[in-house]
Each structure stands twice: as C-alpha cells, then as structure tokens.
Design a protein around this ligand. Structure first.
Ligand SMILES: NC(=O)c1ccc[n+]([C@@H]2O[C@H](COP(=O)([O-])OP(=O)(O)OC[C@H]3O[C@@H](n4cnc5c(N)ncnc54)[C@H](O)[C@@H]3O)[C@@H](O)[C@H]2O)c1
Length: 347
C-alpha cells in the first residue's frame, strides 16, 4: 500500500513512517518540515527507495501529490493548545480547513482510505469516567474544537464519497521518537525530574488523563490501514488502554519512584479544565489489539534517553510552542532585514 502521511516528520510521524516502511508499505511524507528532516533521517537511510519526502503546505497541496496513493494519514497541523492559541485564524486554516480540503483532494484523486489523528481532548471536561466513542463531546480549547469539527467534516466527506474514514482519538502520547516532544505530560515531567529533581504539578493534579506510547500509536494506524474497510471505515476509535488512565498527580509519584529524591510541588494554579477518563474497549474489539506499553515503561525509556544523551533537553525543537514562537520571530526578522533573500551574507 502507498500511504501519504501528512505531517509525517513530527513526533508521531517519525515513528509511524519507519513502522509503515518496515511493514512493507511505500510512504510519501507531505510536510513543511517545521522541525527539520532530521527526524526521518534514519528511515531515509534505511528505506530510501520507498520513502518520498514532499516539502509542501497542507494549505496548498500540489496537484499530483496523491498520484498512485492508496491511503491518507493526516497528522499535520499545530499540535498543542498553547501553540494553537498563538494565531487562532492560522490554526483554523491549517487544522480544520486545510485538513478537510486535503481529504477532499485525496478523495478526488481516488485515495481509498483516510485515517485522521484526532484527540481524546475532544471529550474536554468529562462528566463521567470511562468516556466512550459514543459519549458527548465537550472540547474546551481551540485545538480540541478543530479536532471535533474536522472529524465531523471528514465523516461527512466519507459518507458522500463512499470512502472509509477512521478517526483515531489519541490519548496523550509518551515515549521517544525521531522528534521527541518534551511538552507532553509524561515526557516533560520525567525530564523535569531528571534535570531539576523537581516536578511541579499544574491544574490541581486530580484531573484524569489517558496516555499511550508513541510506538503503540504507530501500530494502531498500521492496523487501521490494513483492516478491511468494512471494519475500520466510518469508525471513531479511542487509542489508548484502560490501564493508562491516570490522575496527573499520580504520574508525578510514579516518576519519583524512578528518580528518587525528586521533590513534588503542587502549583497554585486554577483547576485544569481538561479532565477526562476514557474507555478503550472498542479498539480491542475492532482491531483485536490493545496498546500494550505501560506508563512506567515509557518513563524508563525517556529517562534512558536523557541519561545516555540520546535526548537533549535543551533542544528547542522538543518544545512545540517555543519552536513555533522562534519560527514566527525568524519570519518577522526576515521580513524586516532581508535583502535579495539574505540577512548577514552579502546579496
Ligand atoms: N502528541 C500527542 O500527544 C497527540 C495526542 C493526540 C493527537 N495528536 C495529533 O496527532 C498529530 C501529530 O501530532 P505530533 O505530536 O506528531 O505533532 P508534531 O507537531 O510533532 O507534528 C506535526 C507535523 O505537522 C507539520 N505541519 C504543521 N503545519 C503544517 C502545514 N501547514 N503543512 C504541512 N505540514 C505541517 C509539522 O512540520 C510537523 O512535522 C497532530 O494532529 C496532533 O494534534 C497528538
């Protein structure tokens, strides 16, 4: 199968793309490469001939991008709450409008499957525990609103075109990847314990959140793409495991178990409105598989990455908001001082 992975050079993509290649698929990555091409360097060296990199914007997908493509996986976009708030118009243009336009272009080009990276954050402030795919949505951020609206638009397109669309509502992801994010809860708290021997718990700590390992996310996408259309098409799947639902404060204790001597400080911040405990029975029923990696394994993996120097906690690209702020500043400075496309070098 030839899979076009939009946003394939980010945190999830740099694990999913090599996983699809190793499973025998051909992959095109369409990405702005905001975090560079480095996250895919190893995949390129290993599977070069079956991996095509297409530097393009989701808002302006080149005609012909979907030639010979069987399936679209959409991971592209601004990927967390604070980065989405930087420019709400831009966020809607990429995360919602471009997402739907790209799916439509894929359908028109004859693509047979679409798998979309949605988020359990669409449940927002969950009223009950064990929210299922049938539970009502209560998104509390622009990021989550865009996910909920994109799901609706994609399913409408799927119904109109007879195209199997699957929305994977991912739990918050953890673990190492080609572009490891150190702004997702488990990874950042582990990094803080390692670097500062201190974890600050924001938002009260009693809020529930589900988690899933980045390799398990990649496996979930692979299984969705390879499942019969009648099984995965038209489905919403929560991606995670019941065992990996936890209160944020418990995460801090579990990390301290692995980094003894870590101080845990409760911040005097407002309660976090993102509070959801999610049920994951349906993915087991549908795909015959449940994400197996535990939170404790993920903490150990991130710690090993830090200890062995494979993960640099000072690398700006590990922090989504910080990196987008940097790119916006570069764009401003460039507009002000560039001459014939150069800054310090002579034109
Ligand atoms: N990481 C998580 O915990 C998590 C949880 C739930 C859902 N998701 C969703 O999964 C998807 C991937 O998340 P991630 O953590 O890998 O994010 P990421 O920021 O690491 O990757 C996003 C990729 O999209 C690219 N991109 C951004 N705007 C683009 C544009 N206009 N055109 C082309 N490419 C563009 C970036 O260059 C980047 O490579 C996102 O949609 C995110 O919302 C992530």
């Amino acid at each position: 199968m030839h899979v076009l992975v939009a946003g394939g050079a980010g945190y999830l993509g740099s694990t999913l793309v090599p996983h699809l290649l190793a499973s025998g698929h051909q992959v095109t990555v369409l990405d702005r490469f905001f975090f560079g091409e480095e996250p895919l360097a190893a995949a390129r060296a290993r599977h070069g001939a079956r991996l095509r990199l297409l530097r393009a914007d989701l808002r302006d997908v080149p005609s012909g991008a979907f030639e010979g493509v069987d399936a679209l996986v959409d991971l592209a976009g601004i990927s967390n709450d604070p980065a989405c708030e930087l420019d709400p118009g831009l966020t809607r243009a990429i995360n919602l409008e471009a997402c739907l336009a790209t799916a439509r272009a894929a359908a028109e080009a004859g693509v047979q499957r679409i798998a979309f990276a949605s988020s359990c954050s669409v449940y927002g402030h969950g009223e009950s525990t064990s929210l299922t795919e049938e539970s009502g949505l209560a998104p509390v951020s622009l990021y989550a609103h865009c996910k909920a609206d994109a799901e609706r638009g994609l399913f409408a397109l799927g119904a109109e075109r007879g195209l199997p669309v699957t929305a994977l509502r991912l739990a918050t992801v953890f673990g190492l990847s080609g572009r490891t994010r150190l702004d997702v809860a488990i990874n950042v708290m582990t990094k803080n314990a390692w670097v500062d021997r201190k974890i600050t718990v924001e938002g009260g700590g009693r809020q529930w959140r589900p988690f899933v390992h980045v390799r398990d996310v990649a496996e979930a996408f692979r299984r969705v793409l390879e499942a019969p259309a009648a099984v995965a098409g038209g489905q919403v799947l929560n991606v995670g495991s019941d065992a990996n639902n936890t209160r944020i404060v418990n995460l801090a204790y579990r990390i301290r178990d692995q980094v003894p001597g870590t101080e845990i400080v409760m911040a005097g911040t407002d309660p976090d409105r993102r509070d959801y405990n999610v049920g994951f029975a349906k993915i087991g029923r549908t795909l015959g598989w449940t994400p197996p990696t535990s939170i404790d394994e993920g903490i150990a993996e991130v710690l090993a990455g830090l200890r062995e120097g494979r993960l640099d906690p000072a690398d700006r690209r590990c922090y989504t908001l910080k990196h987008y702020l940097f790119l916006a500043e570069v764009e401003r400075a460039y507009a002000e001082v560039a001459l014939d496309g150069r800054i310090l070098a002579r034109p």
